[in-house]
Design a protein around this ligand. Structure first.
Ligand code: OAD
Length: 242
């Protein structure tokens, strides 16, 4: 019975995507889990018992730059070894088929672009860029491991990602909201959808009348309110529906 229901949901999601002219996608850490990059929340998401909210802030960096840097350096090393997985590639395929496609990601790992996705909005920035805390110069730095860096002006460099309490890059965020408001289908993959403002894209899509498809290994706060909630790993589910 459950299998029949799952099959019906899968087919419904597939049909919705097939007939959509405009698709927006929101991804979170879960899509990169099968590439070996740990998620933020849940048992596997903890690093030395710190929660992301304790490390990913400007205050934490100002107080303990070495500690925060070490956490990011650990993530950079993992990401450098990781490869995009079947979930990332399924979204590349979806982009080829849909006339209007926007991929909004909270991930800073760059794996969507490495897989070949073209229209990607990295609303939380990228871990491969550094920014000077003094003069705000930004540059790309791919070396791993990497000790704490200084800018040529002498200021300490920080990862050019969006931390808790900081605003999202304005133009990128506006474009993300526009894509969500005008899409037929909003596909939400591998996010706990608890971190705002990104999580607000789900109710925004709903109020704009989009059909929402969710792919996650666990139910989220939104699962009951979406048209199709698909329970399973992104690397297995996405190739079946895209
Ligand atoms: P989370 O770690 O909060 O959530 C990951 C989600 O992925 C959970 O809902 C898991 O159930 C799901 N998941 C895990 N493995 C999966 C798989 N193989 N397939 C599908 N789903 C899977 O990550 P995010 O929601 O991305 O922000 O977190 C949002 C933000 O919080 C991040 O961008 C980061 C973090 O702190 C900043 O650093 C500002």
């Amino acid at each position: 019975m459950k299998e029949q229901m799952d099959q019906r949901i899968l087919e419904g999601a597939r049909d919705a995507l097939r007939s959509a002219r405009s698709v927006a996608v929101l991804t979170g850490a879960g899509i990169s889990a099968e590439s070996g990059i740990p998620t933020f929340r849940g048992a596997a998401g903890l690093w030395k018992q710190f929660r992301p909210e304790e490390l990913a802030t400007a205050e934490a960096f100002a107080g303990q730059p070495e500690l925060v840097w070490e956490w990011y350096d650990w993530r950079r090393s993992l990401i450098a070894r990781a490869e995009p997985n079947a979930g990332h590639y399924a979204l590349v395929e979806l982009e080829r088929r849909v006339s209007k496609f926007t991929l909004i990601t909270q991930n800073v790992d760059g794996l969507h672009r490495r897989a070949g996705s073209k229209h990607v909005l990295e609303i939380h920035g990228t871990i491969w860029n550094l920014r000077c805390t003094r003069c705000r110069r930004e540059w790309t730095e791919m070396r791993v491991p990497l000790p704490l860096q200084r800018c040529e002006c002498g200021g300490i460099a920080r990862p050019a990602v969006v931390w808790f309490g900081e605003t999202l890059p304005a133009r990128v965020w506006e474009e993300a909201q526009g894509a969500v408001k005008s899409c037929d289908v909003f596909l939400v993959v591998g996010t706990s959808a608890v971190v705002y403002p990104a999580a607000g894209l789900v109710p925004l899509a709903r109020s704009a009348g989009a059909r929402i498809v969710e792919v996650n290994i666990e139910p989220t706060a939104y699962s009951d309110a979406v048209a199709y909630a698909l329970n399973g790993p992104a690397g297995e589910v996405l190739p079946q529906i895209c």
